[in-house]
Design a protein around this ligand. Structure first.
Ligand code: HEM
Length: 475
C-alpha cells in the first residue's frame, strides 16, 4: 500500500522518509512503466530507486495510495474545489484561439460553477434518461452493421479486431447524445464531413500524448508538425460544434415543436452558461469520451469471450429483463445488475485512467504518516484492482464479486470520486450497457486466443495488441 514503514503518526515532511518507505512493490504489473510520463508515475527519490527502468521527467513528491481505506481518507480531504493538473497543449489551444476552457481544464470557483450547471444535463438521472434513446438507437445500428458484414461472409461468422469499429460506435453515440446529430459513422461510407471530424478526433488524441512530455513554452518550436496537427485537429472539432450550434438555432428559428435534441441544445436553451463555455465543454466531452469508452468495451468483449459461463449468465439476464415487456430504458438497465457488474469488473482489471489524483486541502494521515496538505496523492487504480490484499483471486474475471455481501466501498474508483468524478460516467455506463445488451442478445462472442492481454499506457490504458474476436449470430 502506501508507505508501510514504522508507525509514527506525528511524522511530517519528506526528509524523514526512508528508501523502504515509498514501497510501491510492483505498482503496475503488466504495464510498460517506460511509457509512463508526466504525473502518471510517482516521483520521489526513494521510489525512483525501486523502479530502475522507469523514465521520469524531473522529480516531484507524490504519495501512492493502494488501499480502499486510504482512498476514502484521501477523498474526505479533497476540499470543495478538487484541483486537476492541466493538459498544457489543450490549454494552449484555448489561449491561442481565444476560446474558453471547459471543466476538464478549469480549477477553483470557475470549475465549480460550470460543473454544477453541467451536472444537470450530463450526469443527473433525469438528464441521463433523456439521452438514453439516442444511445439505444446507435447500439441497434451497430448490431445491424455486424449482421450486414456477416451476411456477406460464407462462414456465417466474423473474426475481427473490433477496436476501430468500437471507436466509431462510441464517437457516434456520444456525438448524438451531445450534439443531437448523427454522423453516420456506422454506415458503409460515412460522408466527407463526418470523416474529417473522426480524423480530427483521432489526430487530437494521438498528438496529445507526445505533447505531454514537452514543456509548454517549447511546444510550438520542438516539433512543429506535431503541434500544427494538434491545433488543426482542435480547430476542426470546434468548427463541428459551431456547425451544430447553427443547426440548433435554425431549428429554434423555424419554430419547430420543442423536442429533446441532445445535451448541447438543452444547455443553449437554458442559457445558464455562456455560449463559448457550452462550446468548450461539449468539445472536451467529445475528446474525453471516445477512447475511454471504446477500450473497456473491447476488454469486456474479450473477457466475456474467454469466460463463456459469464457470457451465458449475462445473456440469460438480458432475456429475463426483456421478457418483462417494453419499459422505459432506464428501468431495463436497472434490471441487469450482472451486466453492470461485468463492466465494473472490466474497469477493475483494466482501468482506463490508471490513477486518480488529488491534492488534499488539509493534512491527512494515511497509514500513520502525516501527508502534508497540497501533496500530490494518486490512487493507483490498476495496482489496487489487482491486489490480493483488496480482491480475492484478483486475476479472476468474476462480476459476481460486486454483488456479494462484501464491503466494496472505495474499491470501484475507475470514474474517480466525489464532486470532480467523471461527468461522463452515466453517458459511458449506459452507452456500454446498451451496446452489450444488443450485441450479446444477437451474437455469441469468441476469442482466437485466451491468453492474457498485455497492456500499455498511452494516455489511457490500452491493449498492446488488440484481441481478435469472433462474432456468430444467435438464431
Ligand atoms: C469508461 C469511460 C470513462 C472512464 C473510465 C472515465 C474516467 C474518468 C476519470 C477517472 C476522471 C477523473 C475523475 C476524478 O478526478 O475524480 C474523469 C474525468 C472526466 N471525464 Fe471521464 N471517463 C470515461 C468516460 C467519459 C465520457 C464519455 C466523457 C464525456 C462526457 C467524459 C468526460 C470527462 C470529463 C469532462 C472529466 C473532467 C470532470 C471534471 O474535472 O469536473 N469521460 N473521467
Amino acid at each position: 500500500g502506501l508507505c508501510s514503514g514504522p508507525s509514527d503518526p506525528g511524522r511530517h515532511g519528506w526528509g524523514s522518509w526512508g528508501p523502504g518507505c515509498a514501497n510501491l512493490r510492483d505498482p503496475l504489473p503488466g504495464l510498460r512503466l517506460g511509457s509512463l510520463g508526466w504525473g502518471m508515475g510517482s516521483g520521489g527519490r526513494a521510489e525512483a530507486r525501486a523502479l530502475p527502468h522507469r523514465e521520469t521527467i524531473g522529480t516531484y513528491n507524490c504519495v501512492n495510495v493502494l488501499l480502499p481505506r486510504d482512498a476514502a481518507q484521501l477523498f474526505q480531504s479533497e476540499g470543495i474545489f478538487p484541483r486537476r493538473m492541466g493538459i498544457e497543449s489543450w490549454i494552449a489551444h484555448r489561449q491561442i484561439r481565444n476560446h474558453k476552457c471547459g471543466i476538464f481544464l478549469l480549477n477553483g470557483e470557475e470549475w465549480r460553477s460550470d460543473r454544477l450547471i453541467l451536472n444537470k444535463e450530463v450526469i443527473s438521472p433525469a438528464g441521463t434518461r433523456k439521452f438514453l434513446p439516442f444511445l439505444n438507437a446507435v447500439a441497434q445500428d451497430f448490431v445491424t452493421l455486424m449482421h450486414r458484414r456477416i451476411s456477406k461472409n460464407t462462414r456465417r461468422s466474423l473474426t475481427i479486431d473490433l477496436y476501430g469499429d468500437l471507436f466509431r460506435f462510441t464517437l457516434e453515440g456520444s456525438s448524438y447524445a451531445l450534439y443531437g446529430e448523427r454522423l453516420g459513422l456506422l454506415e458503409e461510407s460515412p460522408n466527407a464531413e463526418s470523416q474529417r471530424f473522426i480524423s480530427a478526433v483521432e489526430t487530437m488524441l494521438r498528438t496529445t500524448l507526445p505533447l505531454l512530455f514537452i514543456p509548454p513554452g517549447l511546444m510550438r518550436w520542438v516539433n512543429t508538425k506535431l503541434w500544427r496537427d494538434h491545433i488543426e485537429a482542435w480547430d476542426t472539432i470546434f468548427k463541428h460544434a459551431d456547425k451544430c450550434i447553427q443547426n440548433i438555432y435554425q431549428e429554434f428559428c423555424l419554430g419547430q415543436p420543442r423536442k429533446y435534441s441532445g445535451i448541447m441544445a438543452e444547455l443553449l436553451m437554458q442559457a445558464e452558461l455562456p455560449l463559448d463555455s457550452i462550446k468548450a465543454n461539449v468539445t472536451e466531452f467529445t475528446a474525453g469520451g471516445v477512447d475511454t469508452t471504446a477500450m473497456p468495451l473491447l476488454f469486456t468483449l474479450f473477457e466475456l469471450a474467454r469466460n463463456p459461463s459469464v457470457q451465458t449468465a449475462i445473456r440469460r439476464e438480458i432475456a429475463e429483463a426483456e421478457s418483462q415487456g417494453p419499459r422505459e430504458l432506464s428501468k431495463v438497465l436497472n434490471s441487469m445488475p450482472l451486466l453492470k457488474s461485468a463492466l465494473k469488473e472490466t474497469l477493475r482489471l483494466y482501468p482506463v485512467g490508471i490513477t486518480v489524483q488529488r491534492y488534499p486541502t488539509k493534512d491527512v494521515v494515511l497509514q500513520n504518516y502525516c501527508v502534508p496538505a497540497g501533496t500530490l496523492c494518486q490512487v493507483g487504480l490498476y495496482a489496487m484492482g489487482r491486489s490480493p490484499e483488496v480482491f480475492s483471486n484478483p486475476e479472476r474475471y468474476d462480476p459476481l464479486r460486486w454483488l456479494s455481501k462484501e464491503d466494496n466501498s472505495f474499491k470501484a474508483l475507475a470514474f474517480g470520486f466525489g464532486a470532480r468524478q467523471c461527468i461522463g460516467r452515466r453517458l459511458a455506463e449506459t452507452e456500454m450497457m446498451l451496446f452489450l445488451m444488443h450485441v450479446l442478445r444477437n451474437f455469441r462472442i469468441d476469442t482466437v486466443s485466451k491468453a492474457d492481454i498485455k497492456t500499455v499506457f498511452g494516455f489511457i490504458l490500452m491493449p498492446e495488441k488488440p484481441p481478435l474476436l469472433t462474432f456468430r449470430p444467435i438464431d
